[in-house]
Write a protein that binds this ligand. Structure first.
Ligand code: GDP
Ligand code: IMO
Ligand code: MG
Length: 422
């Protein structure tokens, strides 16, 4: 009766969606526990591309139930668009998609506040996806939020209006920004029709009953560890706990149920938005990583910043999450590099350090280890053990530095382009 977890160990976009989709058929239920439509999880099903923002990545697996947990912030407009897009391929979607009655709702003025607040920050901006995530979590912790279950009370419209009024007051502190509220509100109210078609329940009891019956549950993280509101590169983070601990609060599951934690990391690093990124490359190597890895945001289309794999950062993420198994993705992106590097320590205050400091912006330099490239495609290989020795050396270094086994290696975006250590 365990809960396994898949989450990102870097700054998001590690390829979590693909791995969740691959492993989902081993589970009865897949759950999202935090974040919202700032996430973009890409899956390829029969060569067709799908990007999921709110719906868990287990939805394409027949017989698997998918839960949007209480820790998620949900925008009914994005949800409706997403459902319209995947419904032709998943006709039984409404039978298998469940929504917590405690999930917080993003309303249009949350997005307006996000826009106004980011605009006012100028050069200090977070680089938010502007999906209303931060303002919605602010209302949650400020105890003003509107939850899915509220939609079933007779006075929910007045709750909506009073929240909107609070937002108007809040917006007064920022310089004016353009936002077509009337249009967005119409979309929002119309989209509730789709939301109401989902099975809306107390998901904590549902999950507890499933665990009692011996069923397996998979929790799917969004964003990545370095975007965690407590442990990430604050203030350049998202507004939720993206780490394993967030599974417990975001689903109502006790810590003792958690078994495996599969941490996903790219074979290099990327970041979209502002904030420190010690291994970032501003040269033609970074450019090549972006091109080979097609590093453009799944949600906003923004170019992602690129750099080498940062092992100091990765080890920190492994500690925070209790990672039992590493999954290294996008190894194929390095196929044509003559030299590959990993960052093994930081230089700061005239000292070398193996720890992520309070303020990552103060890191002055990084020390790297160099590995020869393999200069060949990995497509023909069907096991980790038979890969070129150069790949083996790189993976061995990751394992020995982090004291964690690389159990999965992703060699392409397709569902089955995955090697599993036996
Ligand atoms: P997520 O947010 O963690 O689910 O990741 P995204 O979907 O935002 O970004 C990962 C991108 O890399 C997507 O375009 C995936 O299709 C793609 N991808 C995932 N795994 C691999 C891989 O092993 N190799 C390559 N080349 N692309 C991959
Ligand atoms: P997935 O689940 C990458 C980043 C934004 C910004 C910061 C705050 O696809 O890995 P927010 O919209 O939360 O206010 O943005 O976090 N960010 C992500 N970066 N992948 C994501 O999700 C992200 N979700 C948010 O770019 O820097
Ligand atoms: Mg993504």
């Amino acid at each position: 009766m365990p809960v396994d977890v898949i989450l990102g160990l870097q700054w998001g976009d590690e390829g979590k969606g693909k791995i969740v989709d691959f492993l989902a058929d081993k589970y009865s239920i897949v759950c999202r526990f935090q974040g919202g439509p700032n996430a973009g999880h890409t899956l390829y099903i029969n060569n067709k591309k799908f990007v999921l923002h709110t719906v868990p990545s287990g939805i394409f697996r027949k017989n698997v139930f998918n839960v949007i947990g209480n820790g998620v912030v949900l925008d009914p407009i994005t949800l409706e668009k997403e459902i319209q897009n995947i419904l032709p391929d998943i006709p039984d979607l409404f039978d298998r998609l469940l929504l917590s009655n405690k999930t917080q709702l993003i309303i249009p003025t949350h997005r307006w506040i996000d826009l106004a607040s980011e605009t006012a920050k100028g050069k200090e901006k977070i680089g938010s996806t502007l999906r209303g995530i931060g303002p919605c979590y602010m209302d949650k912790t400020g105890r003003n939020g509107l939850r899915v279950g509220d939609l079933f009370s007779p006075d929910w419209k007045s709750k909506y209006e009073s929240l909107k009024e609070k937002h108007f007051q809040f917006l007064k502190q920022f310089p004016a920004t353009e936002f077509n509220l009337a249009e967005q509100e119409k979309l929002w109210f119309d989209s509730l029709e789709t939301l109401r078609k989902l099975k809306i329940i107390s998901t904590e009891y549902y999950l507890h009953n499933a665990l009692s019956k011996g069923e397996n549950i998979l929790a799917e993280g969004a964003q990545g560890t370095m975007l965690d509101v407590d442990h990430g590169t604050y203030p350049y983070v998202t507004s939720s706990n993206t780490i394993t601990a967030g599974v417990c609060t975001g689903l109502g599951i006790a810590p003792s149920h958690i078994r495996k934690v599969i941490g996903i990391a790219k074979a290099y690093c990327t970041r979209v938005g502002s904030g420190p990124f010690p291994s970032e490359l501003h040269d033609e190597v970074g450019e090549k990583l972006r091109k080979e890895g097609n590093e453009f945001g799944s949600t906003t289309g923004r170019p992602r910043r690129c750099g080498w794999l940062d092992l100091v950062q990765l080890r920190y993420a492994i500690i925070l999450n209790g990672v039992t198994d590493l999954c290294i993705t996008k190894i194929d992106v390095l196929n044509s590099f003559d030299e590959i590097k990993s960052v093994d320590s930081y230089h700061m205050n005239n000292q070398l350090t193996l720890e992520v400091p309070f303020n990552m912006s103060l890191i002055e330099d990084t020390l790297t280890q160099s590995f020869p490239g393999w200069n060949q495609s990995l497509a023909e290989h069907s096991s980790i053990e038979t890969l070129p020795s150069q790949v083996g050396k790189f993976l061995n270094h990751i394992e020995s530095y982090t004291s964690t086994q690389v159990s999965f290696l992703s060699t392409g975006p397709g569902r089955d382009e995955l090697l599993i250590k036996r």
